[in-house]
Design a protein around this ligand. Structure first.
Ligand code: DP6
Length: 401
């Protein structure tokens, strides 16, 4: 570390995930240890992901972070825990091309810069903290040459936000609650990769009217303290349901998958209602959707077992929730737009001409209740981006580009 000028950078991209067996309730608030196992689907990072660049340089005098271009504080306990845990696992780094040599012991004194960007609106309530903490931990681990595998890294990301541990893998992922007091066995494992069930289509309805929501952290704390249903769920329901869900995923059994995902989403929201004071995450728009799974917010995440089913679902959704007349269809249905094409919908005239879904009696059209739809599918886990043009920090200054 003779020279003062170098900057070493790593850029990574990490997906977000949606739980089909929900994590709700902690047995340890600091280590973020859950009261039950959970299972999630990783969403295609082409449509929803976080990109994070981390940099180290002897010229940095403090750890700093920018989120979507704005500087944010790293002083919170969750950031500090992740940074401390990753630093403890740092190893020697040698970059001969750039003439950089960092010894294991140097990492304690060196500071890092972090720039993170979500390719989806943070306010949409789509688990941005899950992708964010997973990406932070993954990128820092690569920067510091940590030898831990993704499961071991997931136990660090977990300390940033519980659901983040499941974003260290693609496909279908299980977070084992673990038993150890130090949390060492509370980590994520991949059940199957994203190719295993690739005909599955996921449509997310991002609803417009969003009341002020209870954060997951405070919501689940209240539930642990006051809901007896939560105790019953954690002890009796989830252990059996998790096994059944693993079977359904392994066998690509859509019927069982749908039944279990809906039942678990419903029970999670029942626990919220059983909490004192009750927590309301769904609004009227949510209830009028074909419900599959709802997180801690009113957005509906719908699963269709193949493209044909997804095409029909999108036609029905666009009949019931058409965009405002002045809206641009191109920004109303985002992600994998080929489903829109398959549905024969090219412009607003096609939306207006849709026929009502036969199974809904007197189906009404409610404009403006849904902000937009995202069409996506199961996706891959974290990757490193080697192209320096994709870095969010300047290679010489280590400041945001
Ligand atoms: C409803 O992971 O956001 O999305 O661990 O306190 O950061 P903290 O909570 P968070 O909770 C997610 C809850 C959920 C269900 C799930 O993702 O399993």
């Amino acid at each position: 570390m003779e020279e003062k000028t170098w900057v070493r950078m790593v850029t990574a991209q990490t997906p977000t995930n949606i739980a089909v067996i929900k994590y709700w309730g902690k047995r340890d608030e600091t280590l973020i240890l859950p009261v039950n196992d959970s299972i999630s689907v990783t969403l295609d990072p082409a449509h929803l992901c976080t990109t994070t660049t981390v940099a180290v340089s002897p010229s940095f005098d403090q750890d700093r972070m920018w989120l979507n271009g704005k500087e944010i504080s790293l002083s919170g306990g969750r950031y500090q825990n992740c940074l401390r845990e990753i630093r403890a696992r740092a190893c020697d780094v040698q970059d001969e091309e750039k003439g950089i040599k960092i010894a294991k012991k140097d990492w304690e004194k060196l500071h890092v810069h972090v720039a993170s960007y979500n390719n989806f609106p943070t306010a949409a309530g789509l688990a941005s903290s899950a992708a964010g903490f997973a990406c932070l931990v993954f990128a820092l681990a690569k920067l510091m040459n940590a030898k831990e595998d993704n499961s071991e890294l997931s136990a660090i990301a977990r300390q940033g936000s519980g659901s983040a541990c499941r974003s260290l893998f693609g496909g279908f992922v299980k977070w084992n609650m673990g038993k150890a007091e130090d949390g060492s066995d509370s980590l994520a494992v991949q059940l199957v990769d994203e190719k295993h069930w690739d005909e599955l289509v996921i449509i997310i309805a991002v609803v417009s009217s969003r009341q002020k929501e209870t954060s997951s952290t405070t919501g689940m704390r209240d539930s642990v303290e006051t809901s007896l249903l939560l105790q019953h769920r954690a002890k009796e329901v989830v252990p059996k349901r998790t096994k059944q869900m693993e079977e359904a995923i392994k066998n690509r059994d859509f019927g069982s998958f749908a039944q279990l995902a809906c039942a678990d989403s419903n029970q999670f929201h029942a626990v919220c209602l059983d909490t004192c004071p009750p927590i309301f995450y769904m609004n009227d728009t949510s209830h009028r959707q074909v419900a599959y799974t709802f997180d801690a917010g009113p957005n509906a995440v719908l699963f269709a077992h193949n493209r044909k089913a997804a095409t029909q679902l999108l036609q029905k959704l666009l009949f019931c929730f058409p965009p405002n007349s002045d809206a641009d269809l191109n920004s109303y249905v985002i992600g994998d737009k080929s489903i829109l094409k398959d549905a024969g919908i090219e412009d607003m005239k096609d939306v207006e001409a849709l026929s009502p879904p036969p199974e809904i009696k007197n189906a009404e059209r409610s404009k403006g209740e849904v902000s937009y739809f995202i069409c996506t599918k199961p996706g891959r886990g974290p990757v490193l981006l080697s192209d320096e043009s994709q870095a969010l920090l300047h290679p010489e200054t280590g400041l945001p580009k």
